[in-house]
Design a protein around this ligand. Structure first.
Ligand code: ATP
Ligand code: PRP
Ligand code: MG
Length: 304
């Protein structure tokens, strides 16, 4: 993005994350797992990067797309729901896209659902024709209604959307759902999903300048590694060569194991990087299939 005449060129990368809320700690932890550290300043709005010239801006999540659009920060960690809502709003106003999703980050998972009272016999979107739908996501809901050719009234609420039907403000709602507990507590049921969401790394639609672009690329490479090993474990064990055909199918999520011969005999030592959960049950199955001396080790870092 080219700087405006009053904006000095920055040679440090600035990432906006949520100051407090659901995404605040996981976002910080993920960046820390990429080797970033900052001069601590939890109460203030800015954290100065120490290990790399990458600073943090601590803000309300709703402000993140706008901060990227204005070039105040270069990257942000925000829910896809927020990014898509603000992107849809811009599109509905014929404004050019100014930010985009770079990659999903694997936490903060939830759905943006339409929910209706438990008693409704749901037949499909046409049932919403002429109804009022309460939401904090008016642009995404309007876009969906248009695509479904449904004429419904969008009632904008900034929170506690699930209570709107009971208060007589709307017949249905469109809100985030994770466990579904809030819906059931309000005698509502989800009937259709508009968006599958999770935390994402967002950045400008246009390329960053060379210095900050390089820092952003470096961070993305580290994120690749950090996300790949997030649930990965190194599994070490021994087994005789003849049971390998029984053992390998039990490791479908593992990269090709490293196999070392222990002596002149039939015995092998194996090490396998597993990307799925290595549960007790799995270890027991491996043992039953002939694995011995099973050991599970955490993976601290990985660079492909
Ligand atoms: N129930 C949920 N389960 C999982 N993720 C959720 C859930 N609700 C929201 N999220 C995700 O977490 C993001 C942040 O949620 P949070 O409730 O902290 O936002 P907020 O109240 O708008 O915070 P802020 O004060 O920064 O504006 C949401 O935009 C969404 O992506
Ligand atoms: O399906 P569930 O697991 O019940 O989660 C869904 C609820 O979580 C979010 O609200 P939050 O708890 O963040 O409250 P808020 O929207 O009032 O901040 C969302 O707005 C739903 O109300
Ligand atoms: Mg918010």
């Amino acid at each position: 993005m080219s700087p405006t005449p009053n904006t000095p060129v920055r040679d440090r990368l600035r990432i906006a994350i949520q100051k407090s809320g659901r995404l605040a700690e996981p976002a910080r932890a993920l960046l820390a797992s990429c080797g970033l550290s900052w001069r601590e300043s939890r109460d203030r709005l800015f954290c100065y990067g120490e290990s790399l010239p990458i600073d943090l801006l601590l803000v309300r999540d709703d402000d993140i797309p706008g901060l990227i659009a204005d070039g105040v920060c270069d990257l942000g960690i925000v829910g896809r729901n927020v990014l898509e809502e603000q992107g849809s709003e811009r599109a509905s106003l014929d404004r050019a896209p100014a930010f985009r999703e770079y990659r999903a980050l694997g936490f903060g998972g939830c759905r943006l659902d339409i929910a209706v009272p438990d008693g409704w016999d749901w037949q499909g979107p046409q049932q919403l024709d002429g109804k009022r739908i309460a939401t904090s996501y008016p642009a995404l809901l309007s876009r969906w209604l248009k695509a479904q050719n449904v004429d419904a009234q969008v009632v904008l609420l900034s929170g506690s959307v699930e209570i709107a039907p009971r208060l007589g403000q709307a017949e249905a709602i469109c809100d985030l759902v994770s466990s579904g507990a809030t819906l059931s507590a309000n005698q509502l049921k989800p009937v259709t999903t508009l968006l599958q969401s999770e935390a994402v790394l967002a950045g400008p639609a246009d390329a960053l300048d060379a210095t900050r672009g390089e820092l952003a690329d470096l961070l993305q490479r580290r994120l690749d590694g950090a996300l790949r090993i997030r649930h990965s474990k190194l599994l070490l064990f021994q087994a005789s060569r003849r049971v390998l055909p029984d053992l390998l199918p039990l490791l479908p999520d593992a990269e090709t194991p490293t196999v070392m011969r222990l002596d002149d005999g039939d015995d092998l030592a194996l090490q396998a990087l597993c990307h799925g959960a290595v549960t007790w049950q799995r270890l027991e199955e491996l043992k039953r299939a002939g694995a011995r001396g099973l050991m599970v080790l955490p993976v601290e870092g990985m660079l492909a």
